[in-house]
Design a protein around this ligand. Structure first.
Ligand code: AMP
Length: 463
């Protein structure tokens, strides 16, 4: 769960990176970092917290240049120390090099211990560091690849690096004079290319181009390596993959609704999920209430199919910042109420269909149902615009462990009782598949337990 952004060839690149990564804030709130080069030297800043609050103007001035990469990071407690925040910067044989990464490697631990046995020193506990360390460990030229003379030194090392790592990576390298953008051959995480006058942009989601009034050009293809420097743009496809495994959860929850990722408008896909849910549902109700913000788009689809009014029965407080772990249950409940407030004006005496995008541990839904009942709702029918979450993600989304996932511990009836709803329905997995054109090109492991890549060694999750 991270956002990445890159920009090449514009004065004040650090500021464009700042706004670009701000537009991806929803992908990570733990830390933010920007690395920038003036074609002479790579400089970086990394701060805990949110983009707007953490980075000062003077800090941007100090790294000013013409090419930059940026990152917002989400991590779990315990792994949130600044040491692993990105960009990760390391001296390589190409000088000071920065890297930003969205995804998770599945062979980090065995690869790290192999390299440590050879005497390589690691400064971080993050899999992202491997992309820098491996640059100095070897070189290969995959068959059929014809390198441009300008790429003959660097690219064989990047190809070697990619031949050693396995997993999910949408990645940007920043060298002092070029950016290299890479998406893993299965294409787990999104990454797109944009254009803004003479500048080339890269971003996890297209919404980062909108803020800069830049043009969405195209997706970086799964397995593609793109070099951008003052001589131009050169692209290579060094490794073919048997299959693609784009993360369907990006369409369900993670990406912003106005973004274009994986060849899909997120809004359209998400609205369709709500429509399909409505076709399956013959419950009689008075109104549809979205859980803001994640349930809003499917709720629009649902209500339009049903011809039921959509009402804001839950209002979100947008000023909730970081919260801490409270010592008592009562105070923990207050924390949930900080974020959402029921709207008695529309709920009183009504039979309500509540729509959320996903149900993971079940704690949010439980709180919401009791909140709606306290505010006068006569019936509360919970509808989830995706299938039950049954598998943790090893490719970059933060999901709890298998045991914490409520669908692994209870059947539908028990979950319904646990959350206290009058009825509960999920979107069937076949319906979710029908939302995208080629479902076989997506990873749905969190809903199906069909993992496209096995984890080697102990799983290291969340990035
Ligand atoms: P839970 O209380 O664990 O069932 O959480 C479900 C809620 O969390 C839903 O409202 C989702 O929108 C949201 N959600 C789902 N997946 C994630 C995730 N990986 N990180 C943060 N929130 C999530």
């Amino acid at each position: 769960m991270c956002g990445i952004f890159g920009v090449f060839n514009v004065e004040y690149a650090e500021r464009y990176a700042f706004y670009g990564i701000y537009a991806l804030q929803h992908r990570g709130q733990e830390s933010v970092g920007i690395a920038c080069s003036d074609f002479e030297e790579v400089k970086a800043i990394k701060k805990p917290g949110l983009v707007l609050e953490s980075i000062k103007k003077e800090e941007l001035d100090a790294i000013s240049g013409y090419l930059a990469v940026a990152h917002v990071r989400y991590s779990t407690a315990g792994d949130s120390g600044g040491i692993n925040s990105q960009p990760i910067v390391r001296e390589t044989s190409f000088g000071k090099t920065a890297v930003v990464h969205n995804g998770n490697l599945v062979n980090y631990l065995p690869l790290r211990s192999e390299l440590e046995k050879k005497g390589v020193k690691f400064m971080h506990t993050s899999d992202t560091e491997l992309f820098l360390v491996l640059l100095d460990e070897g070189e290969i030229l995959p068959e059929g690849i014809d390198l441009h003379p300008l790429d003959r030194e660097l690219l064989p090392r990047i190809f070697y690096t990619l031949s050693r790592v396995k997993g999910a990576y949408s990645l940007l390298y920043l060298f002092k004079d070029r950016i290299v953008a890479i998406r893993d051959p299965m294409g787990f995480r999104p990454m797109l290319m944009g254009r803004m006058r003479d500048a080339i942009l890269f971003a996890s989601e297209s919404c980062a181009f909108d803020i800069l009034q830049a043009e969405l050009w195209r997706e970086v293809r799964p397995g593609e390596v793109i070099v951008v420097d003052r001589q131009g743009i050169r692209t290579y496809m060094p490794f073919k993959s048997e299959r693609k495994a784009m993360c369907i959860f990006e369409l369900v929850y993670f990406s912003k609704p106005e973004s274009f990722v994986f060849d899909n408008w997120v809004y359209k896909a998400r609205k369709r999920m709500g429509e399909l849910l409505a076709y399956e549902d013959d419950t009689v109700a008075d109104l549809v209430v979205p859980v803001p913000d994640s349930g809003l788009v499917p709720a629009i689809g649902y209500s339009q199919v049903k011809g039921l009014p959509l009402e804001l029965g839950l209002i979100r407080n947008h000023y909730v910042g970081r919260s801490f772990i409270e010592p008592t249950q009562e105070l923990r409940d207050v924390k949930v109420l900080m974020k959402l407030n029921p709207n008695r004006a529309v709920l009183e005496g009504k039979r309500v269909i509540v729509i959320d995008d996903s149900l993971v541990r079940g704690t949010t839904s439980k709180k919401i149902v009791s909140m709606l009942r306290r505010a006068g709702a006569k019936e509360v029918h919970m509808r989830i615009a995706s299938p039950p979450v049954v598998g943790p993600c090893f490719y970059g989304i933060d999901t709890p462990t298998r045991n914490e996932l409520i669908a692994n511990r209870m059947n539908l009836e028990d979950i319904k009782n646990f959350i206290g709803a009058d009825s509960l329905m999920y979107l069937p997995i076949e319906s979710l598949h029908s939302v995208v054109e080629s479902p076989q090109d997506f990873c749905d492991a969190c809903f199906s337990n069909n993992y496209p890549l096995e984890v080697e060694g102990t799983a290291l999750r969340m990035r």
